[in-house]
Write a protein that binds this ligand. Structure first.
Ligand code: 7TS
Length: 410
């Protein structure tokens, strides 16, 4: 793959930021969008726009076919056994909340346990706190190693026959650690638990096969994988989707409605109450086409290479602390760091002044920040359109920030 060629597909790289070419290192927050996705959205609204699953008119048929075709693309992308196991949602957050409301709240009871690491994004933590509050179940946190990794023996020790849900990110959005989901799934299943996998940072960046992972649920967001905002996916095993209740009730998701009771369609449609995210799903389908053309294995290698380069470069700089796996250890395409003694917002502001976009803050992972002993950090995250020059631009901008704050601190 050639990131210089790929960049030509992304109109945003023509933007000049504060007098500098854009160096976009915030794809873990949201990715940029290629022309191919933007054109599909435009064409949909110009030539196919209609509501789905109801009109018998031509446009209705076109929109329905395009929408359901996108579902097939998602299913193939994650190797789901059937497209009926793919529910379109607004994103990872909504997918996990739907599992919490439609499954966990109904199934869990006092004494049950939900096992999770303390490094989870708030989207895979607060819904479980709410389930615990509502059902009397208990949250049980896995110990984290200093580099953010999780030891399987600790999972073995934590997961018991009381465990009903293990919730875990495939890839941490702060540390870039890649969790051994298949091994954890095996432990969960041996104890009669299900495993919910937050794929927000893995599905966009590496090949993901739900059958190989043997995960019960998988949640991810379209906007982090070249697709539009407002669309995401909830994948579930067939029997679980059958057991799970819808979260939203109304039009589109019903079978028969009586005055005092109603019945639902089958999955996935029973979970898609109201007019669904039609353009979003079609845009996500186009994003998947784009990613497939490049190849997910190539993208994974590319992103990890840039992150490794950044870890190496930043670790050699005085005054920079890098978090997460040590150099040479597996890490996905992101690097979290701090410039000692300087607030990451200030670092990010100086970087922005030379066109380098990084995220600064607690990254929706406050408990993890506490474990790291910091209030917040800066984070550079890489994707298929980034180059080795971008890593160098980051390092040089950080040198500038050091000079600036060294002077300011005196
Ligand atoms: N889970 C993980 C691991 C994430 O990284 C994110 C978003 C979410 C869940 C929530 O996704 P959403 O699309 O529903 O918002 N992560 C980030 C981030 O790291 N910076 O901005 C958003």
């Amino acid at each position: 793959m050639n990131p210089l060629e790929i960049r030509k597909d992304f109109p945003i790289f023509q933007e000049i930021i504060n007098g500098h070419p854009l160096v976009y290192l915030d794809s873990a927050a949201t990715s940029q969008k290629p022309r191919q996705v933007l054109e599909v959205l435009q064409r949909y609204y110009e030539r196919e726009n209609s509501n789905v699953h109801r009109g018998v008119h031509t446009l209705g048929t076109r929109a329905t076919e395009a929408y359901e075709n996108a579902r097939e693309k998602v299913a193939r992308f994650i190797h789901a056994p059937s497209a009926n196991q793919v529910v379109f949602t607004r994103g990872t957050t909504e997918s996990i909340n739907m599992i919490a409301y439609g499954y966990a709240r109904l199934k869990l009871k006092q004494g049950d346990e939900i096992v999770l690491p303390p490094s989870e994004h708030h989207s895979n933590l607060i819904p479980w706190q709410q389930v615990a509050r509502a059902t009397g179940a208990r949250l049980k946190y896995l110990p984290l190693q200093g580099d953010g990794t999780i030891r399987l023996e600790d999972v073995e020790a934590a997961v018991t026959s009381d465990t009903k849900i293990v919730a875990i990110a495939h890839v941490s959005n702060v540390l870039g650690t890649i969790n051994p989901v298949r091994d954890i799934a095996d432990i969960a299943h041996r104890n009669g638990s299900i495993i919910v996998v937050d794929g927000a940072q893995s599905v966009p960046h590496m090949p993901v096969d739900v059958q190989e992972l043997d995960c019960d649920f998988l949640a991810f967001s379209g906007h982090k994988m070249l697709g539009p905002t407002g669309v995401g996916v909830l994948y579930g095993k067939k029997s679980l989707l059958e057991e799970m209740e819808p979260t939203y009730f109304g039009g589109e998701m019903i079978d028969v409605v009586e005055l005092h009771e109603s019945t639902w369609k089958e999955a996935p449609w029973k979970f898609e109450g109201g007019t669904p995210i039609i353009a979003g799903a079609i845009g996500l389908g186009a994003a998947i086409d784009y990613l497939n053309r490049i190849g997910m294995a190539e993208i994974a290698e590319h992103d990890a290479h840039l992150a490794a380069l950044a870890v190496d470069r930043l670790s050699k700089m005085d005054g920079i602390s890098v978090y997460g796996p040590a150099a040479g250890q597996p890490r996905s395409g992101l690097v979290t760091f701090n410039l000692d003694g300087v607030h990451p917002h200030d670092v990010a502001t100086v970087l922005d002044s030379v066109g380098v976009a990084v995220r600064a803050g607690h990254h929706c992972a406050q408990p993890l920040m506490r474990l790291l002993g910091v209030g917040s950090t800066a984070r550079a995250s890489f994707y298929l359109y980034n180059t080795e020059d971008d890593v160098e631009a980051l390092a040089q901008a950080l040198e500038q920030a050091k000079e600036f704050f060294g002077y300011a601190i005196g």
